[in-house]
Write a protein that binds this ligand. Structure first.
Ligand code: URA
Length: 432
């Protein structure tokens, strides 16, 4: 069937429905370069405004998935389960979680992303371990999974190339926050991993992509629907992202805190979420024992050993796991102090995430180099009582001018009041 891009853009612009054939032509044409960026950006804007119905979303996701090669682990008998987070501030959960569940017998072929905007990325954090490579060719990817039941890597060139192009285009054209486009982007990449089960962590709140519970719910339901239609057991947990997770924000900082969790000394919120996610992943894998089994893997050291093993397999230096003071650390230190005594009523995830990015821990554009040793250690969170002059956060930075530019902004993340704030539970809803 012959289509023109203009005709399809006009159909979507005017609220019409695209046929399966039209969507197949569009995604294939954009991936191979026949459809230029300017036409696809008009199309994604039309989708952002008018949405995709169920059959359009199904065709869109399936064409994205078919644009590249699929991983096939059917020769590995153990259940394959992954977890994806829509991204938050201080969200290092994947790093302790993946080795923990792998130590309990689940195979975790985890494919993660880099940080962009105010949220950090698992790949950048892992690269603060000297030598750790997240760019694995398909042969090495497979051998790490086969040998260790775990791999922590980035998306290869051949996996879902349609999303690689489309996500970069959306990022540059203000068309990221569309539920059908986010859902098809995330789920096409996850479905390409050949999984039996998938846990989706859909963040909600100031530091999340979805700022309201309603939007987070809609995103969770849409992604769960796609997963199930492919026969993958899929559960979404909606989790709170109003304040950062844990006490550490920044790449090496978050590796340090992840190791604390694996050693049984992590902060309460990160430990609670890691165990809760672990329980769901074991359930999706059909492995009994739940929380007891996970706690035993931490207590026995098996989870930490799994992280050391995968670090060595991916070229990383394990001595920084044994002695985390060897991880990168920026040379300068400053503090944020409480302007008055009282109770912390705000510890804003978005402000802290943005300040951390602008200090160099994140990227403002894909080409930026990040500073792995830059980070913020948070010492006062929602509901904590503080005295005037008490340190709310310690900041490790390298560039004086950047710190001067962020000093006041970072301090604005905290508000000190007189009445205890309402705090949301970490896990708000389960959708399946
Ligand atoms: N993460 C993705 O992989 N895709 C999106 O569209 C948004 C977040």
């Amino acid at each position: 069937m012959a289509f023109t891009a203009v005709e399809l853009i006009e159909t979507k612009r005017d609220g019409g429905t695209l046929s399966d054939d039209a969507i197949a032509w569009l995604i294939a044409g954009y991936t191979d370069g026949r459809i230029p960026d300017y036409q696809m950006s008009a199309m994604t804007m039309a989708v952002l405004v008018n949405g995709l119905d169920e059959s359009e979303l199904s065709a869109w996701t399936s064409e994205m998935l078919d644009s590249g090669e699929l991983l096939d682990f059917s020769d590995i008998a153990a259940p394959k389960v992954d977890k994806h987070s829509t991204g938050g501030v201080g969200d290092k959960i994947s790093i302790p979680l993946a080795p923990l569940v792998a130590a309990c017998g689940v195979v975790v072929p985890m494919i993660s992303g880099r940080g962009l905007g105010h949220t950090g990325g698992t790949l950048d954090k892992l690269e603060s371990i000297p030598g750790f490579t997240t760019e694995l060719d398909p042969g090495r990817f497979r051998s790490v999974v086969t040998d260790h039941g775990l791999v922590l890597a980035g998306q290869s060139e051949t996996m879902v190339p349609a999303d690689r192009k489309l996500y970069a285009l959306r990022d540059a054209t203000g068309t990221v926050p569309s539920i059908p486009l986010i859902s098809s982007s995330i789920m096409s990449k996850k479905l390409a991993e050949g999984l039996d089960g998938l846990l989706l962590d859909v963040k909600t709140g100031s530091g999340a992509q979805m700022k309201t519970l309603d939007r987070s719910r809609e995103l969770a339901r849409t992604m769960v629907g796609i997963g199930k239609s492919y026969g993958v057991r899929t559960v979404a947990l909606i989790t709170s992202m109003d304040q950062p997770l844990g006490n550490e924000v920044g790449n090496a900082n978050e590796i340090r805190e992840s190791i604390d969790v694996l050693e049984g000394n992590g902060p309460d919120d990160v430990t609670e979420l890691t165990l809760a996610f672990g329980e769901v992943m074991l359930e999706l894998a059909g492995i009994e024992g739940g929380k007891d089994r996970l706690e035993e893997a931490i207590e026995s050291g098996a989870a930490l050993q799994k992280f050391i093993d995968v670090t060595v397999a991916q070229g990383g230096d394990p001595s920084v796991i044994e002695d985390t003071s060897l991880l990168p650390m920026a040379s300068e230190e400053a503090v944020v102090e409480a302007p008055r005594s009282g109770v912390v009523t705000k510890c804003d995830a978005l402000t802290i995430g943005l300040a951390s990015t602008h200090l160099g821990a994140g990227r403002e554009s894909m080409e930026d180099q990040i500073d792995l040793g830059v980070g913020i250690t948070i010492l006062a969170k929602l509901g904590d009582r503080v005295k005037e002059g008490q340190v709310l956060a310690r900041v490790a930075y390298s560039d004086e001018a950047r710190w001067e530019a962020q000093r006041k902004f970072l301090a604005s993340a905290w508000a000190i009041g007189y009445t205890d704030p309402e705090t949301a539970p970490l896990i708000l809803e389960r959708i399946e």
